[in-house]
Design a binder for this molecule. Structure first.
Ligand SMILES: Cc1cc2nc3c(=O)[nH]c(=O)nc-3n(C[C@H](O)[C@H](O)[C@H](O)COP(=O)(O)OP(=O)(O)OC[C@H]3O[C@@H](n4cnc5c(N)ncnc54)[C@H](O)[C@@H]3O)c2cc1C
Length: 450
């Protein structure tokens, strides 16, 4: 890494995922000098894609929600992407066999695994889901909400309806913790997907990482990879950042765009941060990503588990990830707590066997990711949902800010990461403008780093 010792800059952003990149680009576009410090060799965090042979693979299935905050901010920052809507008409796995899955209201009426009364109840429910204000269900658990919605259904209809609602909730939130999860995150994601669908991105999410990097560098952000921050000290007039290689950096403001446990380790005296880190419930998934030469059943593009927390999608049927061949993501939505990686892998393979029998003979690439953290902390009902998450400014601090997919009252998944990056940067900008540090460190305006 380049020499940074005694460097004085307006802001340092710790973490080069979507949140950190957004924060850095926002600050630099407002004319501030910004250092972005990323411990890994590559920026991008969980949004990066990896090259496997001729194919680009996201880290598990990734779909961009439209209209939830991220897409607008990406546009503001000039990040271009091309993407396509998946056809949400597909199949469901129910009692180990494939049944048609209603992807539209018309499909719902046509499906034969729901009785007429169930279809009518489901139509009423879908209308309610799309018209319920999110605040009204923020403190209600998904399990309670689903039970309430299906309470009046005749006994034999209630179970399939519940299964279907939980399927929709898992697919749109990634969370598999209905007793804990706030119903609001499901309603939020469903309302977005219902209005705008989602997009699978050509070239994978690396296009977002590359676009954000370009926006940041065009605005003169200095990006350092292989730069692990080990501690942050706040002083009355500035903050000092300590790196693993012994270097230190003085800054006016710091945005910590890392996970809650790392943020707490960097600032051990912050009691509230310690509490957030200790009580966080990560949303996790086991992912089997495969590239097949030919897909045995090309018509089976999108299959979700109705009575099992499983996902299958042929992303190449929708967007471009490489030449001939298909990138397929299979995932299991993990419940909180320990999981058995071998068992999860076997279930994912069984899903592929059911949906695409013969897939093994067509295999070009295969990657199993047993414990991917999709979101660093679940928005819990007992915490008031998204409003229970930490704010963008750290309490009792003048110059320390938080960003990431576990921060702030807005957004879920990447929406939360990108929105929090922008909001943390805006608050830091206000502080920098207020700060008198300008007067004691005038050289920072003409910063150059060797
Ligand atoms: C399997 C999977 C599927 C997903 N699917 C979707 C989807 O369909 N739609 C959607 O919107 N979102 C999806 N997401 C979520 C989305 O990818 C994340 O919410 C987002 O990428 C998180 O960005 P972030 O910047 O908050 O965190 P991260 O990407 O985790 O970035 C944090 C960065 O901080 C760095 N860091 C940590 N400690 C230090 C340190 N001490 N010093 C310096 N750097 C440090 C890390 O190396 C990392 O690069 C998915 C995630 C996964 C894993």
């Amino acid at each position: 890494m380049n020499q940074l010792n005694n460097t004085a800059v307006h802001t340092a952003v710790i973490g080069g995922g979507l949140a950190g990149l957004t924060a850095a680009a926002t600050l630099a576009r407002a004319g501030k000098s910004v250092l972005l410090l990323e411990k890994a060799r590559h920026i991008g965090g969980r949004a990066l894609s990896q090259q496997r042979g001729d194919f680009t693979l996201n880290l598990g299935p990734h779909a961009l929600y439209i209209g939830g905050g991220a897409s607008d901010i990406l546009a503001e920052l000039g990040v271009a992407w091309s993407g396509h809507k998946p056809n949400l008409r597909g199949s469901a796995v129910y009692q180990n066999r494939l049944v048609p899955m209603p992807g539209t209201p018309q499909d719902l009426l046509a499906t034969n695994w729901l009785a007429l009364a169930e279809k009518a109840a489901m139509m009423r429910l879908l209308w309610r889901i799309t018209h319920t204000p999110l605040e009204s269900v923020a403190g209600i658990s998904l399990a309670d909400w689903v039970n309430e919605q299906t309470r009046s259904a005749p006994l034999r209809h209630a179970a399939p309806l519940r299964h279907f609602l939980h399927l929709l909730a898992r697919t749109s939130t990634y969370a598999n913790a209905p007793e804990l999860s706030s119903a609001a995150i499901f309603l939020r994601q469903f309302q977005l997907a219902y209005r705008h669908n989602v997009r699978y991105l050509d070239g994978g999410w690396q296009t977002l990482v590359d676009g954000l990097r370009a926006a940041a560098e065009t605005a003169s952000v200095t990006i350092h990879t292989g730069a692990r921050v080990v501690s942050v000290h706040e002083h009355p007039t500035h903050a000092t950042i300590f790196l693993a290689d012994g270097q230190t950096i003085q800054v006016t403001a710091v945005i910590l765009a890392v996970d809650p446990q790392t943020a707490s380790q960097l600032l051990p005296e912050q009691a509230q941060l310690r509490q957030w880190a200790a009580t966080a419930v990560p949303v996790q998934a086991a992912c089997l990503d495969v590239v097949l030469r030919h897909v045995p059943h090309p018509d089976r593009r999108y299959v979700l588990g109705l009575d099992q927390p499983l996902y299958f999608s042929n992303h190449s049927a929708v967007a471009h990830f490489g030449p001939d061949g298909s990138v397929i993501h299979v995932a299991k939505y993990l419940p909180p707590g320990a999981s058995d990686a071998a068992q999860d892998e076997a279930e994912l393979e069984a899903m592929l066997d059911l949906v695409q029998p013969g897939w093994r003979a067509e295999l070009i690439e295969r990657r199993f990711l047993p414990h991917m953290t999709v979101v660093n902390d679940l928005a819990r009902a007992d915490n008031g949902g998204l409003h229970g998450r930490p704010g963008y400014a750290l309490p009792h601090s003048q110059r320390l800010y938080l960003a990431g997919d576990w921060v702030g009252p807005q957004g879920w998944l990447a929406d939360a990461a990108i929105v929090s990056g922008k909001r943390a940067a805006e608050l830091a900008l206000e502080e920098i403008e207020r700060s008198r540090d300008w007067e004691i460190a005038p050289e920072i305006a003409n910063l150059s780093i060797s």
